[in-house]
Design a protein around this ligand. Sequence first.
Ligand SMILES: NC(=O)c1ccc[n+]([C@@H]2O[C@H](COP(=O)([O-])OP(=O)(O)OC[C@H]3O[C@@H](n4cnc5c(N)ncnc54)[C@H](OP(=O)(O)O)[C@@H]3O)[C@@H](O)[C@H]2O)c1
Length: 277
Amino acid sequence: MGVAIDLKGRRILIVGASSGVGRSTALAVAAHGGQIAVVGRRAAQLDEVVAAAGGGVAIQADLTDADACARVVETATTALGGLDAVLLPVGVSPLQVMTGLTAETWFQAFATNVVGPALVTAAAVKARVEPGLFLFVSSANVAQPLHGLGAYGATKAALEHTIRTWRMEHPEHRFLKLTIGATMPTEIHRDFRDDVLGELLPRWAGTGIVTADFMEVGDVGAAVAELVAVALDHPKIAVDDVVLNPAAAPLDEAALNRLAELAAAGEHLDADGQPKV
Ligand SMILES: NC(=O)c1ccc[n+]([C@@H]2O[C@H](COP(=O)([O-])OP(=O)(O)OC[C@H]3O[C@@H](n4cnc5c(N)ncnc54)[C@H](OP(=O)(O)O)[C@@H]3O)[C@@H](O)[C@H]2O)c1
């Protein structure tokens, strides 16, 4: 299923495409005829994405390296003969209470989630003369702080500020903020520790953030590709803010407590490393 869209001839750079939402978006873009350049630190995963997509350019790069951010844009532009859209579904999400966060974790989170996307966008804005489309991925965590996700939420709040500033300074381009809710399976929680999660989950009760069901990552990738196609087909319309959330009710306190017990016992994640909800 999916909306009938056509991305033939569209040249799309996807930063953070070695797993999760970025990977599934890259596959959906390619399935609709788009040309893709995919970026991440893990070369083997990028090669897998290009193989699964039936073509594309893999660019191994670490966004915390400023030179790499410029190189990503240059390499993708040269390889694809230009860029029609730059998608940034990139991010890391430390899970730690404020008193437990190290300076290194803070720096890594801001470098990956805020500074890297800003430097990639700056390089692309400077390199192009024609209007462009940029898509950033934010989180409900900006509006709803959660115990243990203070650093993550702070980076996304900062990211949102950069988006608003990009729009002011460069009205000739379009900067789309896509806020997504819980999406699985992805690797965003790869660094979550079971014991920390077990302590924190009960504290998320009443926030409405943890829902009884998640969005499926392939479904989200398809929706993002469709959204990009709509935006590219309507260049005079600024598609500013889009929110994709699970169509499911929030978990109640008892269910969260049960999840917390599973997490504390090291049984919250299944064999694929995904939460058992
Ligand atoms: N999944 C959710 O429930 C959810 C909810 C709200 C918002 N989001 C947002 O959605 C976006 C995608 O997340 P996801 O869930 O798909 O997680 P994911 O599977 O972990 O994907 C994150 C991507 O970012 C890349 N990345 C991380 N650090 C990088 C670095 N230093 N340099 C280059 N690439 C880097 C990763 O590749 P490498 O590790 O290979 O570098 C990976 O391709 C993120 O912005 C996240 O904050 C996700």
